[in-house]
Design a protein around this ligand. Structure first.
Ligand code: ADP
Length: 499
């Protein structure tokens, strides 16, 4: 097999030789069994599952530069992942069949931890576990926000707009100062980092002129090799809180009472409102709101009293809290750990993803809606209506930010059932179209649906996507970097766009 875009199998063979001599033999994987490992882990057999044609694993900045040089020379498409654990959205599967997977797991250094100014600098291969252990090893009094599953890359999650739950969990917003390799091999440092030796490189997001960090997120404009990520100082008290309501109809009240508490800073971080997991009835049910409080004892006392008061307006609502003076241990609940930056994999068991009798795959319907009860209800009803019709298991969580909610509708399917997987993606597409009709856009999607999601952002004849593709062509004239990522295609492959 040789990638489309390479002139011939012979040229592809020559490229493999060059990759091997630049990176070393064990950094280049070509055998079918290894390549299968880098597809979509949830794709049923024989389902459309574009595997890479080749996997290359650079271990340094210079090796990343060598990879783009070779790709340019042979017009090879690359597809970059950091650790490739983005499973519900396709894992390491590529958008353009035959792409060469650039897996950055070997670049796994925590380059710096700054206790005084509360940030770390990480390479792409650093997982949430790695960062947690590094902070612990050196006795740092800093916490990193973690997502539900800790095995992914801190950098990969940040550049894909991932969400954590503790303060600074809006990870893209906590990125400060990137190092990026462009398609032509140029190394760019963003913000203050553009000034040689600046001590403010990971402190101020703005340098002089336009701000570029966002340009390298959910795009294919460069390979990000390092980011600064802001951390939170360890609070004196950490309180993990739950509010439970029994009536499905209390969702609106839950959202509308929570919103002012988030907007005025009583609650920081990203609260989540959950329906029970897993579920298959999809009619109605109880809701649990989880969030955390951080601060001095008296401050947390005052906040919890305010919160109890506010939720007393809902009949039968219960408010509970677990207080810690430090990070919770591994035996603590997922909720307690996840709001305090303790990485874990508990969600896999909670959803039953790896049940040996019925291993499940999943994808996520991930819409942004305004932070009001009425909008929370509208997206909930849309999601439930389709889930009821499928009878498939899944779950819903509404991650609440100040002004908007990220609705995460998890849709699961038996991993070996091709028909079920196809039905799920069919239903997913219908959900996306119905969400568009309500003005709700997806913030992230599976690699196979990036074009159709990009298509929904159609203002002024897709002026934003057309602008994005102009930038793409200027920065990457040979179209080598992650063609198809977020629906962005380079000019030579624009015909590949599918819906
Ligand atoms: P995680 O392991 O945290 O789940 P991934 O490594 O799967 O994250 O990355 C998620 C997505 O982010 C990838 O599919 C890719 O599009 C993008 N991405 C990841 N790492 C980089 C990087 N170093 N440079 C550019 N884009 C990246």
């Amino acid at each position: 097999m040789h990638p489309e875009g390479a002139a011939s199998a012979a040229e592809f063979g020559a490229a493999v030789k060059e990759f091997t001599s630049a990176l070393g033999e064990d950094a280049v994987l070509t055998d079918a069994a290894s390549l299968r490992e880098f597809g979509d882990p949830y794709a049923p057999p024989e389902w459309a599952n574009p595997q890479p044609a080749l996997v290359v694993q650079p271990a340094s900045l210079e090796e990343v530069q060598a990879v783009v040089r070779i790709a340019n020379e042979h017009r090879l498409a690359l597809w970059t992942v950091s650790r490739g654990k983005n499973n519900g959205y396709g894992g390491s599967a590529v958008a353009h069949p035959g792409s060469v997977l650039v897996h950055l797991g070997r670049m796994n250094k925590v380059a710096e931890v700054n206790e005084e100014l509360a940030y770390a600098v990480v390479e792409p291969g650093v997982s949430f576990y790695d960062l947690y252990e590094e902070l612990g090893r050196h006795g740092h009094r800093l916490w990193a926000a973690v997502p539900d599953l800790g095995w992914g890359s801190v950098l990969g999650n940040a550049v894909d707009h991932g969400i954590g739950y503790a303060p600074n969990g809006d990870r893209a917003a906590s990125v400060c100062g990137m190092e990026v390799v462009l398609a032509d091999g140029t190394i760019v440092r963003t913000g203050m980092g553009a000034m040689e030796g600046s001590p403010s490189r990971h402190l101020s997001k703005r340098g002089f002129g336009p701000t570029f960090d966002g340009l390298f997120m959910q795009s294919n404009f460069g390979i990000v090799t390092k980011v600064g990520i802001w951390l939170m100082p360890r609070p004196q008290v950490y309180s993990s809180c739950l509010v439970s309501v029994i009536d499905d109809g209390d969702l609106e009240a839950l959202v509308d009472i929570l919103r002012p508490l988030v907007l005025d800073g009583t609650i920081t971080g990203q609260p989540g409102i959950f329906s029970p997991l897993p579920r298959a009835d999809w009619v109605s049910g109880p809701w649990t709101l989880r969030f955390a409080l951080y601060g001095r004892e008296a401050e947390v006392d005052l906040k919890i009293a305010t919160i109890r008061d506010a939720f007393a307006a809902i009949d039968g609502a219960t408010v509970s809290e677990n207080r810690y003076h430090g990070q919770p241990p591994q035996e603590a609940s997922q909720t307690d750990k996840v709001h305090a930056g303790v990485p874990n994999q508990d969600m896999i068991d909670e959803i039953g993803l790896d049940d040996p009798n019925l291993p499940l795959g999943h994808t996520v319907f991930s819409s942004i809606v305004p932070n009001t009860g009425a909008h929370a209800r509208a997206i909930t009803e849309l999601f439930r209506r389709h889930m009821r019709a499928t009878g498939l298991p899944g779950g819903q969580s509404l991650v609440v930010h100040g002004r908007y909610i990220t609705n995460l509708g998890l849709i699961a399917f038996p991993r070996d059932d091709r028909g079920a997987a196809e039905a799920v993606f069919e239903i997913y597409r219908t959900m996306v179209l119905e969400a568009t009709a309500l003005g709700y856009g997806e913030y992230r999607t599976h690699v196979s649906t990036m074009d159709m999601v990009a298509e929904q952002f159609g203002f002024n004849d897709h002026a934003l996507l057309r602008t994005t593709e102009k930038i793409k062509d200027a920065l990457d004239p040979n179209g080598i970097l992650s063609p198809g990522k977020s629906g962005i295609w380079p000019s030579r492959l624009r015909g590949e766009r599918g819906l």
